[in-house]
Every structure is written in C-alpha cells, then in structure tokens.
Write a protein that binds this ligand. Structure first.
Ligand SMILES: [Zn+2]
Length: 139
C-alpha cells in the first residue's frame, strides 16, 4: 500500500505534463511504516535515454546518488519510483519489470494527448516474478 501526499501527487502531474511527449522519471521519498509506504516528496531525476525518451527511462545515476545523500541526511528513505507513459496505458513494460527492485512502489502516470492523466501503482509480487497492482491513497 502506498500513501502519497496530495501535493506530491500533483507535483508529479506537473512534471509529467511538462515533459510530454517524453517520459519523465524520479523517486518517491518518505518513510516505510510497516507495510505502508508513505511518500511525502517527489524528486525528479534526469532521463538519460534521449533516443527513446518516449518509451524508455534510464535514471541519471549521479542525480540518483545526490538524492540518496540528501535524504539520508534528513532521515528519509526512498519508497518508490515514478515515471510517465506518454500515450501508453499505465501498465509496466517488460523493461520496467527488468529494472524493478523489490519493496519499492512503481507508480506510472499515463498521459494521453498531453492532458489526460491516469495513475496506477505497481509492486513486484513476493517472489519478484511479476508486477501486481498495488493500492494507493492520496492524502
Ligand atoms: Zn514504463
């Protein structure tokens, strides 16, 4: 279960719209509270995959490390990854699966025609053999 702050959810919506028709990606930061991941911040990370920026993302490792350091200092942790699917459904691709880490929530924002947003949240199942939809709550 993922709980995401309303302002964080909306912030990602603006990144997704601003990046359209390209994919954008970033990390969700907050706290693990038992089985519940509480996301209170979104940190955009540059998508290095410019050739296929419409349907692939490849997070800049330098940006990733910078966020890791910053949040560790503030006692926060990464709880998930967000990315967008321009003009594609909000389902994980094979590439998304290949790069997925257990525990993290993967929230995918599908954006159609640059305006209509539909977000779905995913998580690997227990044996990490597939993605299953995971409930999320905006609070
Ligand atoms: Zn994807």
């Amino acid at each position: 279960m993922l709980k995401i702050k309303k302002s964080t959810y909306d912030q990602i919506v603006s990144y997704v719209k601003a990046s359209y028709p390209h994919e954008c990606c970033g990390v969700l930061v907050g706290k693990m509270e038992g089985d519940v991941k509480v996301a209170s911040e979104a940190h955009p990370i540059r998508n290095l995959n410019e050739e296929r920026a419409r349907d692939r993302y490849n997070m800049d490792p330098v940006g990733f490390m910078r966020v890791e350091k910053d949040i560790a200092r503030r006692g926060l942790e990464m709880v998930g990854i967000y990315h967008s699917h321009p003009d594609h459904p909000a389902r994980p691709s094979q590439t998304d699966f290949n790069h997925a880490w257990p525990i993290f929530s993967y929230i995918i924002y599908a954006i159609a025609k640059g305006t209509d947003i539909e977000a779905k949240n995913w998580c690997l199942n227990e044996d990490a053999s597939e993605f299953v939809e995971e409930a999320y709550e905006i609070s």
